[in-house]
Write a protein that binds this ligand. Structure first.
Ligand SMILES: *Cc1c(COP(=O)(O)O)cnc(C)c1O
Length: 382
């Protein structure tokens, strides 16, 4: 079976992990943690990085840092991996789901703007100027754009919309390490960005995440909150409810090694993407994800649309090519069925019903790529 997406471990991973084991620095106080967060922050063009256990907890902490609570709404795209929405629900806030763009599958910015214009009002009080949803009366505090599949929508427009409506931006950049928009790295557009190093992401620590920001105070608070909010080096004094969310050294050691070879990984992904696009162009009714002008994606997971998705999915998995459907739209899941879903044509369900992800490991060989393409062509010949 050609796997969907597995990590590539060909650098100093074993050496650094062994170093942790031999020196006894296996836990979260080790130096690889600092090194890893610095490498990721530098790469993303952000001033500060704070390593945490995974992307999901990173998104949770990011919202706490911006004050998101149970009286708030957080805006998210209707197509994303479940973790985005789970993280919103952890804070007690209610998500507002916005339908996606039919071509690039990111949050539809026309709909975002329309929702804000028609359904929210801006009010000023002693605390400041904020947007409120007219139907619930709750404050709309933040937008959480998701760079779906490592692609990036029009972030300049997103920033303008956020500013106009007094909203913070937390980028769910978990899939987008290595992706840029107009030369600027994902995760560095909003107040906070979050990366994931889960097993199937572009690089992996087994499990891990890094929160990035340019705000020193946010970075300091992120470190504080992820380490049980302890205020004294000696005494067990804590000044708020904290979390045990810090990444451990053994995993950060893997991350440092993965970052060292990241440029090669990125190149391999781009070559894979170029190969698939060239070979699959014009086959059956295959339609690729559109890449907005100015976006340079990391080509994390190759996904395309076809009206024969379900049959193709079965065919590929039966014939040694591991493939997966796209995420079920959030509004279709039981937990979110009562949340606001702003849409006109429910593009999400069409994208979901037609999209399929195919093998995209960074270490995929030319021969495997050819097999994948051949198997897809074979299917469409019948
Ligand atoms: C992977 C992922 C996450 C969560 O990251 P973990 O490290 O697995 O917790 C969040 N959002 C999206 C869109 C993801 O793909």
């Amino acid at each position: 079976m050609i796997p969907l997406s597995i990590p590539k471990i060909e650098g100093n991973e074993s050496k650094y992990v062994l170093d942790c084991l031999q020196t006894g620095w296996i836990s979260s106080a080790g130096s690889y943690v600092n090194q890893f967060e610095e490498m990721v922050a530098n790469y993303a063009g952000a001033k500060y990085g704070v390593a945490c256990m995974n992307g999901t907890v990173g998104l949770h902490i990011a919202q706490i840092l911006l004050g998101v609570n149970e009286n708030d709404h957080v805006i998210a795209p209707n197509i994303t991996f479940i973790a985005t929405l789970n993280a919103i629900k952890y804070t007690g806030a209610q998500p507002i789901l916005i339908d996606v763009d039919a071509d690039n599958w990111q949050m539809d910015l026309n709909l975002l703007e329309k929702y804000l214009q028609e359904n929210t009002e801006i009010k000023t009080s002693n605390n400041g100027t904020f947007s409120f949803d007219k139907s619930t009366g709750n404050r709309v505090r933040a937008i959480m754009p998701v760079h779906v599949l490592g692609n990036i929508g029009d972030m300049n427009r997103m920033l303008e919309i956020a500013e106009k409506h007094h909203l913070a931006i937390i980028e769910d950049s978990t899939e987008a390490l290595g992706s840029t928009y107009n030369g600027k790295h994902s995760g560095s557009f909003g107040e906070i960005g979050v990366f994931s190093f889960n097993g199937n992401k572009i690089i992996s620590t087994g499990g891990g995440g890094v929160i990035v920001t340019n705000d020193e105070e946010i970075a300091k608070q992120a470190r504080h909150l992820t380490t049980q909010a302890k205020v004294s080096a000696m005494d067990y004094i804590h000044d708020e409810i904290g979390y045990n969310y810090r990444l451990v050294n053994v995993l950060a050691a893997i991350g440092v090694a993965q970052m060292e070879t990241f440029d090669e990984t990125l190149e391999a992904k781009k070559a894979m993407d170029a190969f698939y696009r060239e070979q699959l162009e014009g086959i059956g009714d295959i339609k690729f994800q559109a890449i907005p002008e100015g976006t340079n994606p990391n080509c994390w997971l190759f996904t395309f649309s076809t009206s024969r998705m379900r049959d193709l999915l079965e065919y590929l998995n039966k014939n040694g090519v591991q493939s997966r459907p796209f995420w079920m739209p959030m509004n279709q899941l039981a937990m979110f069925k009562d949340d606001i879903y702003f849409n006109e044509k429910d593009v999400s369900s069409t994208v979901y019903e037609n999209s399929i992800s195919i093998p995209s490991s960074a270490g995929i060989t030319r021969e495997q790529l050819e097999t994948v393409v051949e198997t897809i062509k074979e299917f469409f010949r019948n």
